[in-house]
Structure formats: C-alpha cells, structure tokens
Design a protein around this ligand. Sequence first.
Ligand code: FRU
Length: 555
Amino acid sequence: MHPLQRFPNFIPRLRPAWLFALLSASIVACVAPCRAFASPASSDRVEDGTSQWRSALHYTPQRNWMNDPNGLVYHNGLYHLFYQYNPAGNAWGNMSWGHATSRDLLHWREHPVAMHADANEEIFSGSIVVDARNSSGLGAPHSPPLVALYTSAYKEGSGHAPGIQAQSLAYSLDDGKTWQPYKRNPVLTLAPESKQFRDPKVSWYAPGAFWLMSAVVADAHVVKMYRSDNLIDWTFLSDFSLPDTPHREALWEMPDLFPVPLDGDSSKQKWVMIVNVNPWSIAGGSGAMYFVGDFDGKTFKPEHMPPAGSDPSRYLWLDHGADYYAAGTFAGAPGGAPVTIGWMSNWDYADRVPTTPWKGAMALPRKLALKTINGTPQLTFEPVTQYAALVRASTTARIGELSVSSGTQALAPSTRGVVQDIELTISPQSAERAGLIVRASTDGKTGTRIVYDARLHTLTLDRSNSGVTGFSPAFSKQHIVNVDLTNGALRIRVVTDSDSVEVFANDGATVITDLVFPAREDDRVALFADNGTATFRDIAITDLSGEHGTGQADR
Ligand code: FRU
C-alpha cells in the first residue's frame, strides 16, 4: 500500500477461476531459424535473490526500490528516464531520482542517482524540459540547460511544516548527468500550503509561446494548471476536476496534458489529460485514466464525460491491467507521436512484490494515437516503433492456421520462451471461449491465460494460476475488458517477459498489463478452445530473450 495513504483496497470484479485443460502433445510447424543472442555481461549484473524475475525487455534498476517514471525527456539522441528511487533500500523511502538512458527505449543504461533526498526534503515526482532558448537564464544561449520541476516533500527542520509539498526547480548543464537545485526553491507553493500538492508536468505550449505546468492537489481531485515564461515564476491558469468526484477516497497523481491529432489529421487536434488515480482503477488499486478534450491556453474542457456516479468502467483507461501507473509522456520524443512509459506495479501490493534486490519495473514504452472508435475519440497504444523493428527482424516461428476443438494444444518446443512477442488472430467460431496460455508449465498446471469470451464479448488476462501469487491478498487475479470481434476475429499481440505479460488487442485499442511471477522453466505457449472449435491464424512468435533492457547494453 502507498505509504502516503491508508485506503481500503478497491475490490476488482472477479470471475471464477478457470480450470487448466490438458496440454495435448500436438506439434506444429516452426520455420525461421532461431537467432543467436549474446549473453549479457554478467560482471555488472546483480543476480543474487530472484533473478528469474529480472526483466529482459523492461527497465528495472539493478537494486532497490523504484516507482514513478520522472523527467521523461529526449535530448541529444538519448531518452532519459528518471524515476522515484530509494538509493538505500528495497522499499519506498528516501525518495530520490534514479536515472537511466536509452537510444531506443528498449536497452537502458543505469546511471548514478541524479537527485538525492537530503536532511530537508525528499524529491518526489516531476518532469524535465530542454530549455532551448535559455528562458530560465540558468544556462547559456549556446548551451541550454535541462530544467527539472519536481516536488519537494519537506521534512522536519526544513523551515517548512513536515509533509508540506511544493514545486522546486533543478537544472543540469551537463546533459542530465548532474543537477543543481535552484537557489530560491521552491518556485511554486499553494496558499495555504498543502501536503498533497505535487507531480508537476511541464511542457512547451507552442500556440501561446509559454511553459505550461499541470500538477495535482491529490486529495482534492484537482489538476491545477499554471503558465510561465521562464520556468521559475508561475501564474495560475485554471483547475480541472470532475463535476461529481466518483472516488472521494482516492488520490489524483501524476497528471499529463498533451495534444494529439485525431485520426492522424493534424488539423483536427485534440488534447489528452492523463490523471493517474489511486485506488480507483478499472483493475483495482492504482491506474491511469484519461480524458479527451480541448485546451485553449487556459482551460482544459473534456468531451464525453461519464454521467455522475459512474463506476470506473465508464471512464477511459490507458491500460486495463493491474500494473500500469504513474504513466506520462516523453518531452521532445522524435516522430511526432506521444510516447508513454508507466510504472509496472500497483500501490495495492507494490511493496510485497517478491523481487530482490530490486523492486519495480517499467512497462514497455508505448506510442499513442487518437482514433475515432465507436463515435468517440480514444487513444490507441502500440509498443514503440523500435520494438516493432526488433520483432520484424527476428521472428522465430510462424504458423499459418491451427484449429483447436474443446481442449488445449501446446505449440511446438521451438516456440518455447520466456521473453517473447506473440502475435495471432483468434476466431472463436463455435467455441464459448478461446485464447492462449503463456509462460505455461510443461505439465500444463500453471500459466497465464488470455481468454476471449465469445458470449460475453470480453477479453480477460487471468493470472490466478500464473506462478507465485500469494504474496499479497490484493494481488488481483483476473482483469477483464469488453472487446468486440472484427469480422468474427480478434488480432492480439502479447509481450511476455520474466515477470510480466502485456496484451495489445484490436490494433492497440485495448491494452492489459499484469505482473506475473512464474517459474523460470515455465516457457510453453498453448492455445485452447472451450466447448467448441476455435481457429488461430497468422501466428508469429519472436524470441526476444537476448534483449536486455536493464542497463547492460546502451546502444
Ligand atoms: C505516485 C506518487 C506521486 C509522488 C510519488 C512519491 O505514485 O505517489 O504522487 O510524487 O509517488 O514517490
């Protein structure tokens, strides 16, 4: 549970556990040759403890606790990922900013801690921009500073009442390696001072030529927006809140506001407001909701607000799984499309996750687009372009078509893997339910199930029998979302890693991300159909086990 609060857990909608059907011995064709990958440099890996759950594709710090992504910025060919980090332990505390960089958002190099908690304050979440015009005056015209806005969470003796939160500034003159706090911090306090005023996200608002900040008053469920010409002096613009807060016990955290073209048409630009909410997520606990609307330089006006009293299912979510929180976008990402990264955990049980000597991983970076779906603008999500290129270059198995009748069929041994990209089209046909099992054991007794229910029109990621699950009663078991078939079929992409499963369905209109903790040797893939025959087509499986996202191979 989040150390800043003690709220009862949201109770997810559970469905009865599924029985694991018997794996049949059927072998299917595998064509393309397997890729050989270099082994990771073992000298700089910390592999005591629970190395079987160390992500290969997803960023994890070598040791210690990590939560929110912070300071997401692209600068001089590098993506910077700063993050909430405890340099002194594997539990939340001493909040500081850890730092990693990547050239492709997939291979990360961990750097020394960028900003340390000290006797006066902890360094809570925030953002970074490149102050290209040196508007802050903190750099020089030809060597612009990187400027971070973050939350100072004050301690006793700091001159502020303990627990007060205010927005502070730090700057870097060496491309993000080292950071100096601004001498007149904090730059923005609430009047009266608040213990819940945090998470400044700053961006350049081009139409008005000013810096725009959104920050939350977490327990008041409000996003406050400010403007500035120099990143130091901030003027209040407006508040965004819901007419009827449906979650009075929850906190709003980590806001983000950014423009996206609708249906790829830049003349039809909309604004998206991300509000991370805890604990009121669609999957229970913490999650990332979003609103689509317009921003006129002062006020954000959402369209299509759910009616008063709506439950989470009437809201829009970046992800329908349990493990996608504190998501935000990279400043200055090349290519035009917004790119997000989210913390792959949940405050309901993040402190109980059984990994050591580290705790916390980031989900795969995702490229966003805004599309008209069923008459309303909604975000779609896909792994970033660099990921798609990696998969295209190395697909190891292709299966044209396969039918399964009332049972489970294991795929060929050549499709085994822990770190995999699996794409396929599921046509449930006469089956009541159809889907696949990933990270399955050879005896078929455990595995993570991805289930399409043709009668209920739902897609479920079911981790009830996925391995180690008993470390917290709040580790929810099944995450369910309404999904319609297109011409009787569902195209999905599943990304498995050592401790996670991400499912992208219907061209990324729906994503489900869950942590799982299977045995190292649970590396089988199987297909199943319940009470009828289902067909699976265009199956492509890519072994990505040679990819190391955790700091060994900064390309
Ligand atoms: C979100 C959050 C932020 C805060 C940070 C503290 O997960 O609670 O609101 O700044 O984590 O670590």
